[in-house]
Design a protein around this ligand. Structure first.
Ligand code: HEM
Length: 236
């Protein structure tokens, strides 16, 4: 498989591959396999499926007895799905050696944010009609909403700084900031688990919890191995 010429480090401001200071300031080359634009186009279109499904169900009267609940749950679940897929990109890239996968990560992360915005908007607008008192009363009864809100707030800086220009501007701080995604993953599972525990239905939270533990565990394992290797190299 052909590989891309952009490494995450390069996107995050690294300039190791630049031949001159002038080249270091230039935009990193963004070439890739010829099929990449098509594959990205296909992912871009496929990611609209959850919203298209809601619209279709709405038009054909299939949103159930409580359409707002249906939309809140559907957008919440798809936010979590996109979060998991985004977090899976790096482990998959390392395991398969397909560096081109990194070229999909930003788009997937932005779709996670997009569905989070729809989820939040459905709750604040269509469920509570911007009634702050009603929302506070609801949060008092269902504290899991606060945890979801925290996850959403943390997603905002990641979405804002997701552009290549921001990554270059922030340099190493970009990587540090984007580690927030792990906290978001944990908060999202907690939000889901807490909500479903009230309904004594933990099948899906357990499934997504296991996926999240595997994804975060892989990261921690990779980090520990890298540290061990670095220490051994220094000693020897
Ligand atoms: C990253 C952010 C978030 C994620 C990943 C997320 C995820 C989820 C998931 C997976 C569900 C359960 C869906 C199901 O039962 O199938 C859910 C439900 C819910 N979420 Fe979120 N959520 C997030 C943020 C928020 C925010 C910001 C709010 C509101 C301020 C919110 C309010 C709710 C409510 C009210 C429900 C329950 C709906 C019901 O009782 O039917 N969530 N969320």
């Amino acid at each position: 498989m052909e590989s891309t010429t952009v490494s995450p480090r390069a996107v995050a401001g690294g300039t190791k591959s630049a031949a001159s200071p002038r080249a270091a300031q230039a935009r990193p080359a963004i070439s890739g396999p010829r099929w990449l634009p098509w594959a990205k186009g296909a992912v871009f279109v496929a990611a609209w499926y959850p919203l298209a499904r809601i619209v279709l169900f709405g038009m054909t009267d299939r949103l159930g007895a409580n359409p707002i609940e249906f939309i809140t749950r559907s957008t919440g679940l798809w936010t979590l799905v996109f979060l998991c897929i985004t977090l899976a990109v790096t482990p998959l890239r390392r395991m398969t050696g397909w560096s081109v996968l990194i070229r999909f990560r930003r788009m997937l992360g932005l779709y996670a944010f997009f569905y989070a915005v729809l989820h939040f908007t459905t709750y604040v607008w269509f469920d509570k009609w911007f009634d702050v008192a009603a929302m506070l009363k609801d949060v008092g009864k269902r504290p899991f909403i606060t945890v979801g809100f925290a996850a959403f707030v943390l997603l905002i800086p990641l979405a804002i700084t997701s552009t290549r220009a921001m990554a270059r501007k922030l340099g190493r701080r970009w990587q540090t900031l984007h580690r927030l995604v792990y906290a978001i993953g944990v908060l999202a599972i907690l939000h889901f688990w807490w909500m479903r525990s009230g309904k004594h239905d933990l099948v899906l939270p357990k499934l997504y919890g296991a996926i999240m533990v595997a994804l975060l565990g892989w990261r921690i394992g990779a980090w520990l191995i890298a540290r061990l290797k670095a220490r051994t190299a220094v000693r020897s």
